[in-house]
Write a protein that binds this ligand. Structure first.
Ligand SMILES: Cc1cc2nc3c(=O)[nH]c(=O)nc-3n(C[C@H](O)[C@H](O)[C@H](O)COP(=O)(O)OP(=O)(O)OC[C@H]3O[C@@H](n4cnc5c(N)ncnc54)[C@H](O)[C@@H]3O)c2cc1C
Length: 363
């Protein structure tokens, strides 16, 4: 019998295992994929944006995170002990190597081969006489559920906790491209532009971002759009996106330019054509359309293109050590819980700090 079975060998499960082992616990990680840390390797375009200098409640959907934010030092101590050199790029924290593989190798290096079982899909957890039984074969005193979400890679395994009576809040993709039925963007597919984007609900601007937008035939993407998508995931409603194609010019500067010159001297040809078409359709002048190009019906795209899932196991049913309030010695950490952060290292920070906390508390 193991002291701790960890279900899921991602960021949160591996960090929970390292801390539990440090405390002298016997640990077994069960991972359904053919290797641990697959999603970790995909993070930050392979560079792994580990955390952010400005971690605060406002970057998350759930005030429950407040219990963990004052543990930021523990996060840095964890990496220092593992020997990872980190660096700061603007507000974001990365491994010095710019490589998610470095991060995964250090995590994995803390386990004996016998402590990780890959290709093992956990289908059932039962508890009898204070002992957990996994897939009718493996016994454990504690279970940590670290199964993440099905965003891009992976699978949802919330049912393992639901069988113990846990509730799951509504699941929606977040940090995702947005889809639209706006036909004006069709010929912009694959173009990139530096823009300001505003998210509008009703007649109110609810979020603004600057950055590079990437157009697709049926939608928009890019970090600035990912930021807006988190707002939509957390606040259901009907949205449109206003794109300002000339964020560093005022409306009167654009007007002045267009009085003397053609729009084709301002932007790439397909952008000009889309702006002209939209201006003709709405009856607005060209300069106004340059500053307020409308993308109607902006909706969250499919979860297979999302970086995280908003929603998960209801944190009201877990205490601040991440132990279930319904089933003693049953813990959860990482994205399987109803916690999602903004784009910028907030989700990996949550995965690691919640994994560390669960590992510190299993008895
Ligand atoms: C493309 C991409 C880029 C990202 N980039 C960043 C970034 O740069 N910075 C950032 O902060 N966040 C980023 N994220 C989000 C971040 O990767 C996740 O929030 C984080 O990895 C979640 O960690 P986790 O341990 O909770 O889950 P995961 O890393 O998903 O690990 C869960 C593991 O559990 C396994 N599992 C599931 N069910 C079972 C089962 N029944 N039995 C056994 N095993 C099971 C899965 O196979 C998986 O390996 C990115 C996500 C994606 C998809």
């Amino acid at each position: 019998m193991y002291d701790v079975i960890i279900i899921g060998g991602g960021a949160s499960g591996l960090s929970a295992g390292i801390i539990a082992k440090e405390r002298g616990k016997s640990v077994l990680i069960l991972e359904s994929a053919n290797r641990v840390g697959k999603k970790l390797l995909a993070t930050g375009n392979g560079k792994c944006n580990l955390a952010n200098m400005n971690i605060c409640n406002q970057n998350y959907n759930n005030p429950y995170v407040a219990h963990f934010i004052d543990k930021t030092q523990k996060f840095y101590d964890f990496w220092q002990k593992l020997g990872l050199k980190i660096k700061q790029v603007e507000d974001r924290i990365y491994p010095y190597s710019d490589s998610a593989t470095t991060v995964l190798n250090l995590l994995r290096g803390n386990f004996l081969p016998s402590e990780i079982k890959t290709g093992f899909n956990v289908e059932s957890i039962q508890k009898k006489d204070g002992i957990f039984l996994i897939n009718d074969t493996i016994l454990a005193k504690n279970v940590i559920l670290a199964t993440g979400s099905n965003a891009t890679l992976g699978q949802n395994s919330h049912h393992l906790a639901q069988n113990f009576g846990h509730k799951v809040t509504e699941l929606r993709p977040s940090i995702a491209p947005l889809l639209t039925d706006t036909t004006f963007i069709k010929n912009l597919a694959n173009l990139r532009a530096k823009v300001k984007v505003s998210l509008v609900c009703g007649d109110k601007i609810v979020a603004k971002q600057m950055g590079e937008i990437l157009f697709k035939s049926n939608g928009i993407s890019g970090i600035c759009i990912f930021m807006l998508s988190s707002y939509i995931a957390r606040n259901q409603g009907e949205y449109k996106v206003l794109v300002d194609f000339a964020p560093d010019l005022s409306l009167s500067q654009v007007q002045e330019f267009l009085q003397k010159h053609s729009i084709f001297g301002l932007f790439q040809k397909p952008i000009c054509q889309s702006i002209i078409k939209q201006a003709e359709n709405t009856g607005h002048d060209l300069a106004t359309t340059v500053k307020n190009f409308v993308i109607e019906n902006a909706m969250l795209g499919p979860v297979k293109f999302a970086q995280v899932v908003h929603g998960g196991l209801d944190t009201n049913e877990f205490d601040t050590t991440l132990q279930s309030k319904l089933v003693s010695n049953f813990y959860a950490c990482g994205e399987v819980l109803n916690v999602d952060g903004d784009c910028g290292g907030y989700n990996l920070f949550w995965a690691f700090i919640s994994g560390i906390t669960a590992g510190e508390n299993v008895c």
